[in-house]
Design a protein around this ligand. Structure first.
Ligand SMILES: NC(=O)c1ccc[n+]([C@@H]2O[C@H](COP(=O)([O-])OP(=O)(O)OC[C@H]3O[C@@H](n4cnc5c(N)ncnc54)[C@H](O)[C@@H]3O)[C@@H](O)[C@H]2O)c1
Length: 260
């Protein structure tokens, strides 16, 4: 199949919903064979079936990214199915209750969020890099960070986890650049997905308020985040590494002067 990822093999974590599901469909439409990985196997299977229905090739894999051994198995299962790995899209992430005051964040919230959003990304990077090395180098890692890792936006603990990802992208990119491995992130603003129960966008009023925060005057769609991830995963971005790319309708650019 022709396309930006023709002949490539990609893993997408959190592939059962939102950005991850959109990325599986888009990557497959662009020629990749895809492993849709999710803690929710039913959701991953639905994504894989939709890829197949559209003429693409995908497998569904159950994986909790907080579990290093499970992520290692995910890569092994993907290589067993498709023979190699070219793109690791570490997208799975969780948040705490929307609007949760900082002092109400429990240790359970803190440790689970860090385990998924930070350790989960690290596990994905480590397992992918091991496989890229077995293949002789090269390979693209893409991570879903957040605008909350670039500016103050939303919950403190969530923002701290995404800030860690922003830093990881830069430092890991430097370490593996000599091997031709690229590491980049997409940093979306609030999107209408199942994420956090969709609370920022769950009523017309909430959606209108959130839309007004963005200079483009609307919220970002998960397909737009997946499109940015596709660019970074593809050879179009062959000279790009260590970048945290905002996909945020201009939110992190600042505020315009004057009334609008
Ligand atoms: N939706 C937003 O407003 C928003 C904004 C900025 C960043 N993000 C980031 O986008 C990414 C994708 O979120 P989304 O909006 O598509 O949310 P979503 O809830 O629709 O999808 C997330 C998927 O990840 C899966 N998942 C959760 N924990 C997992 C784990 N431990 N291991 C494997 N899979 C797991 C879920 O089952 C779900 O299918 C996340 O990293 C999130 O932090 C989302």
């Amino acid at each position: 199949m022709a396309g930006l990822l023709a002949g490539k093999v990609a893993i997408v974590t959190g592939g059962g919903s939102g950005v991850g599901r959109a990325a599986c469909l888009l990557f497959a439409a662009q020629g990749a064979r895809v492993a849709a990985a999710d803690i929710d196997l039913d959701a991953a299977e639905q994504t894989a079936q939709e890829v197949a229905r559209r003429g693409g090739e995908a497998i569904a894999v159950a994986c909790d990214v907080a579990d290093a051994a499970a992520v290692e198995s995910l890569v092994a299962r993907t290589v067993e199915a498709f023979g190699r790995l070219d793109v690791m899209y570490n997208n799975a992430g969780i948040t705490t209750r929307a609007g949760q005051p900082f002092l109400e964040a429990s240790d359970d919230d803190l440790y689970r969020l860090t385990a998924v959003n930070v350790a989960g990304v690290i596990h994905g990077c480590q397992s992918a890099i091991r496989q890229f090395r077995r293949q002789g180098g090269g390979g693209a890692i893409v991570i879903t960070g957040s605008v909350a890792g670039l500016i103050g936006f939303g919950g403190v603990v969530y923002g701290a986890s995404k800030g860690a990802v922003t830093s990881l992208v830069r430092t890991l990119a430097l370490e593996v650049a000599p091997e031709g491995i690229r590491v980049n992130a997409v940093c979306p603003a609030a999107m209408p997905t199942r994420f956090g129960g969709g609370a920022l966008l769950d009523s017309p009023e909430a959606r209108a308020h959130t839309a007004r925060l963005h200079p483009l005057g609307r919220v970002v769609e998960p397909e737009e985040c997946a499109a940015a991830a596709l660019f970074l995963a593809s050879d179009l971005a062959s000279a790009i590494t260590g970048v945290n790319l905002p996909v945020d309708g201009g939110l992190s650019a600042g505020r315009p002067l004057g009334a609008r």
